[in-house]
Design a protein around this ligand. Structure first.
Ligand code: S3P
Length: 167
């Protein structure tokens, strides 16, 4: 099976759904944010504060390609689609699954999360603008779109598996 990439805005459930999907398919799950933190030996807020977002984005692109392997689920950071090269790479090397959730629900989940520098420093309005500004990029990257809103994880995983089988 090709690499499965899970993409989507902060708080859509990429990590939770990715783990459940990996368990069901019995394949490994790796996470770009996790790999960046391991490599940098510091947290994401520390990388943003000390090295800047641009450095984080450079690391994100490198880590994405390093982690990419067949028979693997890769969960990504919400900003992976900011770089066109990442979009092209994911589309060519795997199947890209976009998880979508209503913004108000996302806001409730991520507001003031100290581990998410873009969310902890933003008002609801400015985060909504970021969400809107990324929508087009997510859709452009995705082979499959799944609405996760308030569904149980298992139901979302089953929807993904069904869509993967149909391809
Ligand atoms: C980011 C999302 C985060 C993390 C970083 C930047 C973004 O990952 O990569 O804080 O730009 O949307 P999650 O989507 O897992 O929160």
């Amino acid at each position: 099976m090709k690499t499965i990439y899970l993409i989507g805005f902060m708080g859509v459930g990429k990590t939770t759904i990715g783990s459940a999907l990996g368990r069901k398919l019995d394949i490994p799950v790796v996470d770009t944010d996790h790999a960046i933190v391991e490599q940098a030996q510091k947290s994401i807020p520390e990388i943003f504060a000390e090295d800047g977002e641009e450095t984080f984005r450079t690391m994100e692109g490198i880590v994405l390609q390093r982690l990419s392997k067949p028979n693997t689920v890769i969960t990504t950071g919400g900003g992976i689609v900011l770089n066109e090269d990442n979009i092209e790479y994911m589309r060519e090397s795997g199947i890209v699954v976009l998880l979508e959730t209503d913004f108000n629900l996302l806001w409730k989940r991520i507001r003031r999360d100290p581990n998410r520098p873009l969310a902890s420093s933003s008002s609801k309005e400015s985060l909504k603008r970021l969400y809107e500004s990324r929508k087009q990029q997510y859709v452009k990257a995705a082979h499959i779109c799944i609405n996760t809103s308030n569904y149980p994880v298992e139901k979302t995983v089953d929807s993904i598996l069904l869509r993967l089988k149909e391809r």
